[in-house]
Structures are given as structure tokens and as C-alpha cells.
Design a protein around this ligand. Sequence first.
Ligand code: BES
Ligand code: MG
Ligand code: ZN
Length: 494
Amino acid sequence: MEITLSSAGLKDWDGSVLIIGIFEGELEKQIQSFALPYKSYLNHRIKEQNFNAKVGEITCFDLPENSPRKLILVGLGEAKDLLINDLRNAAALSARASVGNNGKLGIYFPWDLFEPESATKAVGEAIRLALFKDLRFKSNPDPFLKADVVELIGINKSAEKSLSTISPICSGVELARELVGAPPNSITPTTLAEAAVQISKEYSLEAKVLNKEECEAKGMGAYLAVAQGSDLEPKFIHLIYKTKGPIKRRLAMVGKGLTFDSGGYNLKVGAAQIDMMKFDMGGSAAVIGAARAIAELQPANIEVHFIVAACENMINGSAVHPGDIVKASNGKTIEINNTDAEGRLTLADALVYACALEPDAIVDLATLTGACVIALGDEIAGLWTENDQLAAELINAANDSGEGIWRMPLQRSYKEGLKSMLADIKNTGPRAGGSITAGLFLQEFVQKSIPWAHIDIAGTVWAEKDRGLDPAGATGYGVRTLVKWACDQENKSG
Ligand code: BES
Ligand code: MG
Ligand code: ZN
């Protein structure tokens, strides 16, 4: 799908579906002010509808003449309340209403209220991502007709600059969605590693994949303990993006890569959604999706490491017992008092590995805790870091991308809950504050001198039903924030 700017007026625009954003209470005034060729017909039809242009309201008309053949009016609410996220949602909603029509889709919004570059990026991404559909596993899919070309009508030419970033970013999000959406018999640690290597070949990234023996040699006892109950080999994935010029900042992005989480002997039962646990590699998908996007965007001055300790959490005769004590690659011993808190065990060794690269900052993304979903729901990820600057950078990147995020505390006193009688630490604390103790556990495996942030995406990785620019299913959450964060580092000295 190509996204471009159109300098045509509404009157001359010649595509197949036209979307117009309407302010609440201003429908008639706006329709009068637009030079629309079929105005009298419209005036007549609109009166039949009860369309008030409230936020999220939408109405569609088939037009008598064939260009355009369909008009979609989407409510933007009151002009004074309009945020860029409302533009995103309105664009996504109306794009979805255009499904069934191919050809050219035009969108006419009150662009002037926003900076043209941000509006282009927001609306362009929203339309492309809202029209994503995963048909890979259907043997005989229903036709899914969507626009081939999208034109942003009447927007200032200066918006052009941000057009070129839309496709690389959205391709990264779509890749992440496909990785997460794929079932656990399709995306395994091995096929996830293969997908990462494939990306590295296509976009000239460096790639390393460590097998079990190589991880053993590094002493990754926490990660390997999780993997030991599965018939599938663990794969430790490491991709590297290096700008061609001088490097000023080195970043590491670490993703939880559980291609399936049964819970282990602390088996997921009852409401624990065991059937959804293919999405437990959402952090790794975000990181690999970001790698793809960053490699295509080629930001200057930075080097980025993408790290995933991929495995499955399963049960067999050699699976970890609840109560086992294992040793991570930094030498810390861990009492595994709950085998279902496996993500943090894999991340522990992945974070130690990331620290050894001496990056200027580390961000990890993980579907880590149900507690985070209870706290923040499915539209907002939790962010934990002690570094205010890194927090500000990530929140800014997320806000700019339209991804929900909220900073949470690394309450030091809660470390008490992770005390083990026998080992240095245990992997789970009390139920209350479970997403905080998870973060505190991870912190034990990060060198204090390295700015580090943890993002819990347990809620945001999946959409139960269509919401905003996420069609129901895997959201690809995190890619846009990571890419924006990395690209912003391009201009940071240090
Ligand atoms: N992958 C889950 C977290 C999760 C739960 C993600 C629900 C999305 C929806 C993680 O491995 C897990 O099982 N966490 C446990 C931790 C507990 C045992 C301390 C949880 O949240 O229940
Ligand atoms: Mg678990
Ligand atoms: Zn898990």
C-alpha cells in the first residue's frame, strides 16, 4: 500500500473512497464549505442519517456518480478537544469502513490543527495498520479488498518528509504481528531464530544465534532451566544494527521470547489463558520488528543490539521442579518457587548478556505479568526504570507513536518479597504488586551503571477486538516506540 500526499482539491479528487473528518455540530457548515460536486445529493442523504460527528461516530454513503464511489464521514468531536490520537483513531475507524473497496483511498482531515509531519505519520500509520489482516492460516480466505493507494488530501507539502518512514515502521509492526499471531507449532524457538536471521540477511544486520551448548558455556542457568522441559531446543538470538558512520550511542533492546508458556509444573489452569500463551514472545516480536524497521530507516550515529533468549516453558520428566535452585550467568543463584514466572528467568540471562556489550542504555519488553494487565488494562504498558531521563525518552517516544505507556515504581522495599531462605533470590514474591517485584527481580541482573528500563506488555500485546489502529489479534505493540526512541538517539551526543 502506497501512501502519498494529494494536492488536488476535494472537487477534483478522483479516487474510489473519500474519508472526511467532521467536527461535532459543524456538519452542515463543513459540507457547505467543501467544494463537493455532489453536494445537493449529500445534503439530502445526510438529513436522513442521525450523524452528530461525535468522536468515533461514522457514517458511509454510496455516491451516485462513480468518483468517488463511496464517502465516509467520521466524527472528530469538538475542534478544541481534538488530539492527534483522535486523528489516529478516526483514520483507523474510517479505513476499516473502507474495506471491500480497492483503488485509491483519500482522506481529508483538518490538517492545519497539527504539525503536518506528525499528522502525516499518525494518519498514515493508522490507515496502514488498521487495514492489516492476517490470512496466512486460512486455506480459503474470504476476499479482503483494501486500498492500494492512500492519499492525504490538502495537507501541506512539508509533510512529505515523514512519508518515507511510514512503510518501514509499519512493516516492522506487521512483522511483529505475524510473529505473535503465528501459533506455537509454527513459531518455535528455532523458527523465531530463522525469522530473525532472514531479516538480518534482507536488511544487512549482523546476526548470531547461540545454541544450547553455547548458552551453557556462558553459564545461562536461569534461561536454560526454563527451556529444559521442552522437546524444542532453545535459541539465543542476537541481531546488530550498526550505522555506517561513527557511532555515538550503543543501545540494547531485549525481548521476552517464550514461544509458548504452559506455566510449567505451576501449570496455567482456570482463567490463566493457557491457550493464548503463544503471545508470550510479544517482546521478542517487538524487538525483531524494530530491528527490521531500524535497518531500513538507517538512523545515523547509533548501534543497536536486539537480544532474545527464546525457548518454550513446557513440562516433561526433565522440566524444572518448583523449588529448584539455578545459577544465572552473573553468578546469582535463584530459587524457582514458581515455574510460571519463567519470563524473568530467561530475561535475567539476556540482560546479563546485554550488559556485557556495555551499551549506553537497555530497554526490555516482556509479556511478564498478569498483574500488569490488572493494573493498566490492555491499552497501556507498564514502564519501570530508575532513570528519569530514559523514562522521559521512552514516554515521549510512546506518546509520539500513539502507544499507551505509564511509569510504575521500582519500590525498593518490595525486594523483601523476593528473599529466599536458601538462594540469593527467589523468582516470585507475593501476589500483591506482582508486576513491581517482577521488575525488581530483573533489576538484579542489570549493572547499576547502565540506564535500564523494563516495559511490561502483557496487556498490550493482544487486542481482543478491533481497537484504534489495532485490528483484533496481535498488535505489534512496542515496535513504534522502540523505533522512535532509537531514531531520536541519532541526535543525542554522548
Ligand atoms: N506470560 C505470563 C504473563 C502473562 C499473563 C501475560 C497473562 C499475559 C497475560 C508470565 O510468564 C506469567 O505466567 N506470570 C505469572 C507470574 C506469577 C507466577 C508470579 C503471572 O502473572 O501470573
Ligand atoms: Mg509464565
Ligand atoms: Zn510467560
